[in-house]
Design a protein around this ligand. Structure first.
Ligand code: FES
Length: 115
């Protein structure tokens, strides 16, 4: 893994998710109350753009497409795709899969991610 600077803290407003491409890898960066986190940018269900998702309870990201929810800190699935009604049929072949996560650190006001 290599460490990459992705910007300064003021570029990542609290309670928001921001898209970045680092070394050819698309990631979503989250600014939570207890720090910064990063996951793969696309949902594991059907590639929904997580940077357009909604942060819930300062710990979950809800995909904008079919509302799967993931723990931002671990990438684990909390709720699988459930919107619109009927999407569960598709879930028979699209099984739950956690997001990849990437360590984020802060040094002198700058954010670094390990990819
Ligand atoms: S693409 Fe994310 S829940 Fe379907």
């Amino acid at each position: 893994m290599a460490k990459h600077k992705i910007g300064t803290q003021d570029e990542f407003p609290r309670d928001q998710v921001t898209a970045r491409t680092v070394d050819g890898v698309d990631i979503a960066v989250y600014a939570l109350s207890n720090g910064y986190y990063a996951t793969q940018a696309k949902c594991t269900h059907l590639m929904g753009p997580l940077a357009h998702g909604k942060i819930i309870d300062d710990r979950l990201i809800q995909c904008p497409r079919h509302h799967a929810r993931f723990d931002i800190r671990t990438g684990e699935v909390v709720d699988w795709a459930n919107f619109p009604p009927g999407i569960q049929m598709l879930n028979l072949i699209r099984k739950e899969k956690a997001l990849k996560t990437f360590p984020v650190s802060v040094e002198n006001g700058a954010l670094y991610v390990e990819i």
